[in-house]
Design a protein. Structure first.
Length: 354
């Protein structure tokens, strides 16, 4: 037989195999199979990739399914990418480059996407990239809002400077529409990048609505800014939200805020903080008046109010009227009728306030 030789070491022959080692070779192409008593020596001709399959390179990459470890890697890395974006360390074009890098790593180059299996693979990867980047985008946008809330609560004197993040956020609401629109802008950017990639790879565009409605990240807010914001607010306000007829959200998930909206509410007013908060309100109103005289029509108007016991300070009624006129409803202790001591701040563009 060509390429096969047998060598008997003893008179008896046994079929039982005791060990096999890839490290024991005869030349470059011969492998030794050991038995207890006999040795079978095989010589196999090496095959080139072209002889195995003409489309080997096309099949090799898509056959690598994304294991759990890779999904976890994508989960972590996309969050870090969007954190760097919101911290100003990278720009949109760099985010786009990273999306392209993931596509090439998981699918290959567009010219290799030429079989039904590969096209299906490319579509799934694009949907997964949209889901993970959207998750990272919404959570980092909300994180910026939350950090701004912490800074404002301490600046206003409502919360003590030495409190940890949870204690500072507890019993408080803070919504800055700037981060809603920053998040929305990036969502549209992801879609544009992936639509362009879908055209390059010759596949259908991602069904973004389907991904958003069926995301695996539903439990902590889904992929929308309002959904994630509501989830985060609930963590520090569930003790009174649960009593508000089982409400689980403070703002409707479909809420589209007016540009320039900032709203703050907290019921955590303590005796020792009241004077500091009153002083903060007076200084803010004075600064607004001074700026308004210099830059009339170019600044936002701010409404501030404090209720503590029977005393009222400044704009609480006007805040209520403005929210109602603008059809903005935040669920608060005050709005459901059992908040007695609270601080509110509302900022809107000048032409919205009346």
């Amino acid at each position: 037989m060509n390429g096969i030789s047998k060598s008997y070491m003893t008179k008896s022959y046994s079929n039982s195999v005791s060990s096999y080692s890839n490290n024991e070779r005869c030349g470059s192409n011969e492998y030794i199979e050991k038995t207890e008593q006999d040795t079978l020596q095989l010589s196999v001709r090496e095959l080139d990739k072209a002889q195995i399959c003409e489309t080997y390179e096309n099949l090799r990459i898509p056959l690598r399914e994304m294991p759990v470890g890779c999904q976890n890697k994508l989960f972590d890395e996309t969050y870090d990418i969007m954190r760097d974006y919101y911290n100003g360390k990278i720009h949109k074009e760099e985010v786009k480059e990273k999306i392209h890098h993931y596509l090439e790593e998981m699918v290959g180059m567009p010219q290799n996407c030429n079989t039904p299996f590969m096209k299906q693979r490319a579509g799934k990867v694009m949907a997964s990239l949209y889901e993970h980047f959207s998750r990272a985008n919404s959570r980092n946008a909300v994180a910026k809002n939350q950090q701004e809330e912490i800074d404002y609560m301490k600046k206003s004197g409502v919360k003590d400077a030495e409190l940890d993040a949870y204690s500072t956020l507890k019993g408080s609401i803070y919504y800055n529409a700037e981060y809603y629109y920053a998040c929305k802008d990036m969502q549209e950017f992801f879609k544009a990048v992936l639509d362009e990639s879908a055209q390059d790879y010759g596949v259908s565009k991602v069904d973004y609505d389907y991904v958003e409605q069926n995301t695996r990240f539903t439990l902590d807010g889904g992929l929308s800014y309002n959904g994630v914001w509501n989830h985060n607010q609930y963590q520090g306000n569930h003790y009174w939200m649960d009593g508000a007829q089982g409400e689980k959200c403070i703002i409707d998930n479909d809420f589209v805020p007016p540009r320039g909206l900032i709203y703050c509410f907290t019921d955590c007013i303590h005796d020792e903080n009241v004077e500091r908060v009153e002083q903060f309100i007076r200084e803010e109103k004075l600064n607004e008046t001074d700026n308004d005289n210099k830059l009339r029509g170019k600044i936002k108007s701010m409404l501030l109010g404090l209720r503590y016991g029977d005393s009222l300070l400044n704009d609480l009624d006007r805040i209520k009227q403005t929210l109602e006129k603008s059809e903005i409803h935040f669920l608060t202790q005050q709005s459901v009728g059992y908040g007695f001591n609270y601080f509110q701040m509302l900022t809107l563009e000048e032409n919205i306030l009346c």
